[in-house]
Design a protein around this ligand. Structure first.
Ligand code: UT7
Length: 331
């Protein structure tokens, strides 16, 4: 039987502070009713504290994972940090995470694919395992979205939140683990969802700061249109090419950007809401964090052999789907 990369442990971290819809009503011209009906979000978590970046949450998630799996950092071979809000533009968060978790035998790198980052990381990490050369690959995925959100812009500030998750990939000889992946990208989308300045095109200057160009800009409706079509399509496609009917699928693990996008994807796949992982109401859109945080929240309901379809769409545009069979029963 072919060697598969199975998820063998999960960790997660969400910051304490709850930014509720009621608090947002006092900050911008919005309402709990608008946010709830248009997005499904009730509250999101915000990381507070001077000098704390994305890695702070990632490290917490990994520490929980190590505790649960009973291992330490010295056993890790590779760390892939999926994030759009790395601690710094140059020094990679993955290298810092390796250092802080004692992964002295590992190499690590950051992976930027916006909201699809975790799926890209999962597929990349699974290939390291399948090669036979690496035994323990950590995928750390999350974002401190509050560091790039303009809290005077009601079209974006109600959507995003902070959080991170971590998963461990290990070889599985029984056939459980990542079965297939479809990853897509199309740079046409960068005019609809971006941070204009701070990169090599428009380096930071007093002017870019004054023009608020270091914050996320999103043409919501445009992104919505592409997200609905592509997330639904790629999920249906991965089912089809693996001969899976909706009855065969135990769980849809969708990116948590908008409840309406999730519903449309589930509908296209013919899957009832009882099989759809959902936590957008509690965390909002944590970008790279959404999928591992879904697993973190639903871990106790997952059984060995369950068929999971992951699906995501995000900036770039980037999107994709992964088909994975679950490798362990709840303890
Ligand atoms: O994860 C990365 C990928 N991102 C996504 O997948 C996000 C995709 N897009 C969306 O989820 C939705 O487009 C949003 C949630 C961002 C917006 O929802 P929408 O239903 O597309 O709203 P809209 O942009 O068409 O705006 C409708 C109205 C507008 O007012 P008018 O022009 O009709 O008078 C907006 O100005 O709602 C207004 N509006 C708001 N009202 C209250 C926009 N934001 C708000 C707000 N509160 N926060």
């Amino acid at each position: 039987m072919a060697l598969r990369a199975a998820i063998t442990a999960i960790g997660g971290y969400i910051p304490e502070f709850r930014l509720t819809n009621e608090i947002l009503e006092t900050m911008v011209d919005t309402s709990d009713e608008w946010i709830t009906t248009r997005t499904g979000i009730k509250e999101r978590r915000i990381l507070k504290g001077e000098g704390l970046g994305m890695s702070y949450m990632g490290i917490k998630a990994v520490e929980e994972l190590f505790e649960k799996r009973g291992i330490d950092g010295s056993e890790i071979d590779v760390v892939i940090c999926c994030t759009a809000t790395s601690d710094m533009p140059v020094a990679s968060s993955a290298a810092y995470i390796c250092n802080k978790i004692g992964a002295k035998n590992a190499f690590g790198f950051d992976l930027q694919a916006a909201c699809s980052g975790f799926l890209y990381g999962l597929a990349t990490g699974s290939h390291y395992i399948e090669s036979g050369r690496y035994k323990k690959v950590l995928i750390v995925a999350g974002d401190k979205m509050s560091s790039i959100i303009d809290y005077t812009d009601r079209t974006t500030c109600v959507i995003f939140g902070d959080g991170a998750g971590a998963i461990l990939l290990e070889p599985n000889e029984e056939g459980y683990g990542v079965q297939d992946s479809i990853l897509r990208s199309d740079g046409y989308g960068r005019e609809f969802l971006y941070i204009k300045a701070g990169g090599s095109m428009y380096p930071a200057s007093a002017e870019t700061v004054a023009k608020r160009e270091h914050y996320v800009h999103q043409e919501g409706q445009q992104v919505f249109k592409f997200a609905v079509t592509n997330m639904a399509e790629v999920s249906a496609q991965i089912m089809e090419r693996n001969n899976l009917t909706s009855d065969d699928v135990n769980w849809l693990v969708p990116h948590q950007a908008n409840k309406r996008i999730i519903d449309a994807t589930a509908q296209r796949m013919g899957i009832g809401s009882e099989k759809v992982m959902l936590n957008i109401h509690r965390y909002g859109n944590t970008t790279n964090g959404t999928l591992p945080l879904c697993l973190w929240d639903y871990e106790k309901q997952l059984k060995k052999g369950d068929n999971l379809i992951f699906s995501a769409f995000g900036g770039g545009f980037t999107w994709g789907s992964v088909y994975l069979t679950w490798a362990y029963n709840p303890s």
